[in-house]
Design a protein around this ligand. Structure first.
Ligand code: HEC
Length: 178
């Protein structure tokens, strides 16, 4: 009996929440404090929980999981030329011998994106064009999809990426199709 009462209580509470949403004329259901979260928190959320950037940009450890001590440092330089293995070792194979390698996203100034300005990062994300003018084709890094991100979200990711540990690793250069 007692549990039945509880059930109805829960139901009642849920209906109240539902009613509150229904009467909200803007249809807004996002918590009011959402916009208040800082750029860094938002960048952390986008990079780690939504974008899953580490899935491609972090090397694998011996257990086959992302090696977090090498977080976001790209395909290790020592694997350049490897023909077999997961994308974190051999890159992604493309048409006619092409191969693309996830790059170093840490703030290392020589091998990562340490020298990129926020605007350069935004430009790369929005257009798939690196600061040095190299235009990336559509690849597993789905530039055509990322281009749809709101600029402020891209800026949030950049600001978060500035806070990760700089790691020196020159990821292998992409091999264009023959
Ligand atoms: C499916 C794998 C994959 C995922 C997921 C992914 N990337 Fe990439 N990323 C790549 C590859 C491969 C490249 C190399 C560029 C190319 O060939 O298009 C790249 C390149 C980049 C570059 C250009 C770096 C340079 O030095 O040229 C940036 C910046 C970048 N990724 C950021 C991100 C961020 C931020 C996320 C998460 C929101 C992310 N990537 C998610 C695979 C991925």
């Amino acid at each position: 009996m007692k549990s039945k009462g509880l059930l109805w209580l829960t139901f009642g509470a849920l209906s109240l929440v539902g009613a509150a949403c229904a009467f909200n004329s803007t249809g807004e259901t996002i918590p009011a404090d959402w916009e208040q979260t800082s750029y860094l928190e938002r960048g952390h959320y986008l990079v780690n929980y939504l974008g899953h950037c580490a899935g491609c940009h972090t090397p694998l450890g011996p257990n086959g999981q992302s090696d977090m001590s090498l977080f976001l440092s790209g395909v290790p330089a020592k694997f350049a030329g490897a023909k077999a293995g997961p994308p974190q070792i051999a890159g992604f194979a493309g048409p006619r011998g092409a191969r693309v390698y996830a790059k170093n996203l840490t703030p290392d100034s020589e091998t990562g994106i340490g020298r990129w300005t926020e605007d350069q990062f935004v430009h790369t994300f929005k257009h798939g064009i690196r600061p040095d003018g190299i235009k990336y084709a559509v690849s597993p890094m789905e530039w055509n999809v990322y281009a749809n991100m709101k600029e402020e979200d891209v800026r949030a990711m950049y600001r978060y990426l500035r806070t990760v540990k700089p790691i020196s690793n020159k990821a292998p250069a992409n091999i264009p199709p023959k």
